[in-house]
Design a protein around this ligand. Structure first.
Ligand SMILES: C[S@@+](CC[C@H](N)C(=O)[O-])C[C@H]1O[C@@H](n2cnc3c(N)ncnc32)[C@H](O)[C@@H]1O
Length: 253
């Protein structure tokens, strides 16, 4: 779908304004990612811009994750995808608590015999914007990002104090409220990461590329995996036996 067509559907929907929509649309057109991971879709505006570009590319798929409260958004992502006819490019995942847990599932599916096969060519992180959730999300997403793939962070200089009055912000220590968490993530986790290069920051968004020669293969770890598996099983069995004996002694005494 051409940019003018998708922008006419999305221009008044938060949270991605058309000028940013154009940037992400053009990025997807230029880099031709086949598989995209998005963390935080809200109404699905950014998702639709990317899906429109994938259609124009001739194919691709977005896995996008938000918490289940996103179902209550008006408009919701499904109505926007239906209106734009782009639903077939998107898999929507509703996390019960956090996308970090959904990333565990993706990582588990992608890991066989101790080796993770990366899935994605592009990861867009635009969710909680906090050190805990998005710092950890970057480390998880890195395991799922193919060499040569890109990661993009939104709201780099946003600080939680912008939302003062919200209970989760007021519960934070002051030193965490006034800090741009995504900037810390980018400067401390992404830039020093030996597998990343091509850093860009435009005042709102920060990009980095995973080097095309970044190591993926961790070799055959099947012997380590089966040793850990049999030890954890043995530990679990002995824990259950001890608990059972304790209960019996309690009943007896
Ligand atoms: C800024 S909005 C996303 C905007 C969207 N990317 C766009 O540009 O149209 C952030 C979203 O992240 C979601 N979110 C924040 N933390 C999350 C978490 N830990 N797990 C799942 N979703 C989360 C929120 O529910 C919210 O809908």
């Amino acid at each position: 779908m051409q940019f003018d067509a998708i922008v006419s559907i999305l221009e008044n929907v938060p949270h991605m304004p058309p000028e940013r929509g154009k940037l992400i649309y053009e990025f997807v057109r230029a880099r031709q990612p086949k598989r995209i991971l998005e963390l935080g879709f809200a109404h699905g505006t950014s998702t639709c811009y990317m899906a429109a570009a994938l259609e124009e590319n001739g194919g691709g798929r977005i896995t996008t994750i938000d918490s289940r409260v996103a179902k209550q958004r008006v408009p919701d992502i499904h109505s926007l995808l239906d209106k734009s006819g782009l639903a077939s490019f998107v898999e929507t995942v509703y996390a019960e608590r956090s996308y970090t847990w959904e990333l565990l599932k993706l990582l588990e599916d992608a890991t066989k015999e101790g080796k993770t096969e990366p899935l994605f060519d592009f990861v867009f992180i635009d969710g909680g914007h906090t050190w805990d959730s998005d710092g950890f999300s970057f480390l998880l997403a890195d395991r799922l990002l193919k060499p040569g793939g890109w990661v993009l962070f939104d709201d780099v200089i946003w600080t939680p104090s912008v939302c003062a009055g919200e209970p989760w912000v007021d519960a934070m220590p002051a030193e965490e409220r006034d800090v741009a968490h995504v900037e810390k993530i980018f400067n401390l986790l992404v830039v020093p990461h030996p597998d990343y290069d091509s850093f860009e920051f435009d005042g709102t968004w920060a990009w980095a590329r995973k080097k095309p020669d970044a190591a993926v293969a961790s070799g055959d770890r099947s012997d380590i995996v089966s040793a850990i598996y049999s030890r954890t099983n043995a530990a679990r069995r002995s824990f259950l036996i001890r608990r059972y004996v304790k209960r019996l002694l309690k009943i007896g005494g």
